[in-house]
Design a protein around this ligand. Structure first.
Ligand SMILES: [Zn+2]
Length: 328
């Protein structure tokens, strides 16, 4: 019965037909395991919660997109067959891939920090922009958020900042990278490929400028959460080092955006990396640290729930998704 209800609600919600078979298959798989909580995730956004030291993390799925031709996004400096062979070897389709979006909340007990904001209202027609509903499902209201921290200012990270022309998180202050903000708000972006991003930042971030703390390398968002510059994807892209009671996690933002293609081959060029050589160098630096320090990471576009570990594998890294490490 729940299955039928989900399907009707789903169709009524007007979610794209392309995504429908996949989501219904997932629903069927969840029904087979008897997991009713997860079944609701097809109409209510998925989220996952875990503790790290005394911090409570809530990772929310803002949505997902199906993207054609993975080799035109990842490994653009490689023959298409090379990229497709690696996908096939990893039991993945070669003609399309799923891109997923994972903003998350760190509840420190005194602050409720949201890292990145998904697509917001402009994504809803396509089934993304589910952060607000996900927060609610996880027991948070938008007004509970005290700080919004941004890894970088691409549309899938800043779209949720404004809602109906007003700040979506009315009680929050903001933390963003100075280099990043200065780059995107610069009028010099007009008439360049970055013009769309420039306009999005003017619409969604600039109105909040008075409440933004601009930070750089080594600066703290709060005690226990520090920014590290990780440029290449964008000029001021940042990652966050988060520590509580001796436990540590790195939020890698968009440092690596495919758990196989980018992690196993960090030097493969990625369409969305603005400085491809710098992005590759940053990928190696960040994931060398994650692998050698054996710390978990949240990667915004990693397979949901987007939390895992990385170990050195051949000339790159192997992604090891989290299972019960945080439950014991
Ligand atoms: Zn992104």
């Amino acid at each position: 019965m729940a299955m039928g209800m989900n399907r009707r609600t789903f169709v009524a919600a007007g979610v794209g037909l392309l995504a429908a078979p996949m989501i219904l298959r997932e629903t069927a798989a969840m029904a087979a395991t008897g997991d009713n909580t997860k079944m609701d995730a097809t109409t209510q956004p998925e989220f996952t919660q875990f503790k790290l030291g005394s911090y409570k993390f809530t990772v929310i799925r803002d949505g997902k997109s199906v993207v054609e031709k993975p080799n035109e996004t990842f490994g653009t400096n490689q023959p298409a067959e090379t990229v497709q062979a690696l996908l096939a070897q990893n039991f993945l389709p070669t003609d399309k891939f799923v891109n997923s979006y994972a903003p998350f909340v760190i509840d420190t007990g005194s602050e409720v920090i949201l890292v990145d904001t998904g697509f917001g209202e402009n994504g809803r027609a396509k089934g993304t922009g589910q952060l607000a509903a996900g927060l609610k499902a996880a027991g948070y209201s938008a007004d509970d958020i005290t700080i919004v921290a941004l890894t970088h200012l691409h549309g899938d990270h800043i779209g949720g900042l404004m809602e109906g022309g007003k700040p979506a998180f009315a009680k929050a202050r903001y933390v963003a990278g100075k280099t990043e903000y200065d780059f995107w708000t610069d009028k010099a972006r007009e008439g360049t490929p970055a013009e769309g991003g420039h306009k999005a930042v003017l619409a969604n971030v600039a109105p909040l400028a008075e409440k933004i703390t601009f930070i750089g390398e080594g600066d703290a968002v709060v005690s226990g959460m520090t920014a590290m510059l990780a440029p290449g994807h964008t000029p001021g892209h940042m990652i966050f080092n988060i520590e509580s009671d001796g436990k540590r996690l790195i939020a890698t933002g968009d440092t690596a955006n495919h758990y196989i293609l980018s992690l196993q081959n960090p030097t493969w060029e990625v369409r969305f990396d603005m400085d491809k050589a710098q992005a590759a160098a940053t990928r190696k630096k960040v994931f060398d640290m994650i692998a050698s320090d054996k710390v978990p990471f949240i990667g915004y576009h990693m397979p949901f729930p987007a939390v895992g570990f990385a170990e050195v594998y051949e000339s790159g890294y192997r992604f090891v998704p989290k299972t019960y490490q945080f439950d014991l």
